[in-house]
Design a protein around this ligand. Sequence first.
Ligand code: AMP
Ligand code: GLY
Length: 426
Amino acid sequence: MNILLLGSGGREHALAWKLAGSSLCSSLFIAPGNAGTAQCGTNVDLSPVDFEGVRKFCSKQKIGMVIVGPEEPLVKGIVDFFATDPDLQHIPVIGPSGKGALLEGSKAFSKKFMERHQIPTASYREFSTANFSEGITYLQQHSLPIVLKADGLAAGKGVVICQNHIEAVAEFELMLQGNKFGEAGSKVVVEEFLYGIEMSVFVLTDGRHYVVLPEAKDYKRVGEGDKGPNTGGMGAVSPVPFADEVFMSKITQRIIVPTVEGLAKEDIDYKGFIFIGIIKVGEEPYVIEYNCRMGDPETEVVMPRLKNDLAELFLAVAEQRLDKVKIEMDPRICCTIVAVSGGYPGSYEKGLPITGLEEPLPEDSLIFHAGTRMEKGEVLTNGGRVLCVSSFAETVYEAVDKSRDVLEKINYEGIYYRRDIGYEFL
Ligand code: AMP
Ligand code: GLY
């Protein structure tokens, strides 16, 4: 089968690496990909949101399956585009319909969905310009801190945690009246702040059944000790030491089952990943957010630990027979460290040559490219997050140590990475 994978980050390199190892995959294409995905298949100069371009490419290359990495094409309805096109209908697309992608694409939708299905989450209210002054009164009486969320996709910047009421009101005004996040901020969710430790749970569903993939914890802050601004993710660990059997079974019963059943009951077509951001409050799990895709950099630890053939898993999704599938995981610990461009998550330079990638790798380490591109035989930086080094070991300490060793041999101007990924588990 010829497979087309959409996206260009570390997540897509990890997915491409895993797909390239599948006996079902004859040719793998990645659009647009990066310098790393080019080692697993053929990169195609095509944007994941250019649906017409994707359509033409699928016909020309006789694509038998499409896997969507990032959220944007899903929220823009790529699954519906395929489902309603006579020439594309027969091609399974791994990812939810536009309606299903609203779990990520609209915070208001996802909160209402959780409310309808009694899924534990922070209490909230939704506001728009229509009930703006009611919102101000609500904010002024709200306990601190206050969480404000722009409703739509805001490139990971739409959540603001306010420590006092003046800041909360100012932020609320900026979102609803100042157009801070454009259309994405035309509705705002005001939410109770939950105290706890976070983790990511990954569910793959065929719309009727589901499997749970290895869980992970990611490190979002740029600085060591979880300080400084939020990023796309600076590293990840899997498994998560505090996610024991009891906690995971609470997540399954209270969150995963009602989510999958809720989607089915509401007739929402969903054949793809559900990424559930969990916060552990005391001993109880709450949903912080849903995403309609895999996490990045979590995928860079989840895919190495997953022993199943990924293309076979996706075929089981398309044919709605995930109930026949058993997930097998590597019991070892996998950690990934993300090397970023100097200045990230603020402004940074691109196009800087990367050296040291040709050094021989230890047997249990892998390099996944994120923001890289190839030019005249040279690998150059091409984004904020540049590459991820994932390593296996028996302990978090050893796994992080191995990845750091690999990173020490890699260089580009301004290279930065956190040396303390997994620090709470050492
Ligand atoms: P999101 O963009 O939805 O991933 O939110 C970004 C981050 O904001 C989350 O990973 C949490 O760390 C934090 N956050 C979101 N909602 C809450 C909440 N209700 N209580 C505490 N922290 C939150
Ligand atoms: N690592 C968090 C995310 O992918 O959204």
